[in-house]
Design a protein around this ligand. Structure first.
Ligand code: ZN
Length: 298
């Protein structure tokens, strides 16, 4: 079986090379923005690390360990996953299990998805294990926002930041797996995160980037006014302003003369200020959004 997403191939090869040389770091931190598939990948890494008979560098799918993994009942694999908050009890419980002998006498793995949601006491409970790892125990942590992680945790992990794939790789992958093509501006709108792009293009939603662009077009045509627009989009005010910013950046870059580019820059500054404003409690997002739209469209 090959790797789930091609943009993990390179890093995966490195991890597996270290695993075979017994030089794999005991705590691997995988940092990637949302929509890159890091959680799915880290499970695949665990499959490969636990397999007894790797086949062409990947889990064989047939050994005792692989069969247990397929049944989600591997005794030496623990998963903590919460995108809200990971409590100290969850960490303690997993660590107690980890301290027992590896039941299949091979590696033991603890996966912590969204490790940036650990409470401070949860992170502190994990520290000792990070400082004094037991033999053959590996921790695989995924994070979207590395700033939220305690520095003491960060410094004890091997940090791996996954950069966004190349446009060519995203295009080829979208085409191969979904038979879809995405416009460059749509890919930019979803920050080149492949799974977010797929969601936007395949999910039946009225609130994706294409719908947003259509509504802007409707304003231009006089079929929609800024208040109606704001009524629809205010629940995604931050995202909407972000998209407008991207459009303005593009327009600035493509401006034919200095006067025009300065005008776009001024509007862009205004949008930035409003992005700050909407985070203040009590701000009327509908009003802010309609004001921004009036300014952008003027
Ligand atoms: Zn296997």
């Amino acid at each position: 079986m090959s790797i789930c997403y091609p943009w993990f191939t390179e890093i995966h090869t490195q991890f597996m090379r270290h695993a075979q040389a017994n030089t794999l770091h005991h705590a691997i931190l995988l940092h990637a923005k949302p929509g890159m598939g890091k959680h799915a990948y880290v499970h695949q890494l665990a499959d490969d690390l636990l397999c007894h008979h790797l086949k062409f560098g990947h889990a064989c799918g047939q050994c005792q360990s692989c069969l247990l993994n397929q049944a989600s009942s591997h005794p030496d694999r623990y998963v903590i996953a919460s995108d809200k908050q990971i409590s100290v009890n969850e960490i303690r419980e997993a660590l107690t299990k980890l301290q027992e002998h590896a039941q299949l006498r091979q590696r033991k793995i603890l996966i912590i998805e969204h490790a940036d949601t650990m409470t401070e006491s949860a992170a502190n409970a994990l520290l000792k294990t990070l400082e004094e790892p037991s033999l053959n125990t590996f921790l695989l942590l995924t994070v979207s926002d590395i700033q939220r992680l305690l520095p003491t945790i960060l410094s004890r992990c091997e940090k791996n930041t996954l950069i966004i794939p190349s446009l060519d790789m995203i295009r080829a992958w979208l085409n191969e797996h979904y038979q879809i093509t995405a416009a460059d501006d749509l890919m930019r709108a979803y920050q080149f995160a492949p799974l977010s792009i797929v969601n936007a293009l395949t999910e039946d939603t009225e609130m994706n980037y294409n719908a947003f662009k259509q509504d802007l077009g409707a304003i231009k045509q006089g079929q929609l006014n800024s208040l109606e627009f704001a009524q629809k989009w205010h629940s995604q005010a931050h995202q909407s302003l972000g998209w407008l910013q991207l459009m303005l950046q593009q327009k600035t870059a493509q401006a034919t003369d200095k006067k025009e580019s300065l005008r776009f820059l001024a509007v862009s500054d205004f949008v930035s200020q409003q992005m700050q404003r909407i985070h203040h409690q009590g701000t009327n997002k509908r009003l802010v959004l309609s004001q921004v739209i009036d300014k952008v469209m003027s």
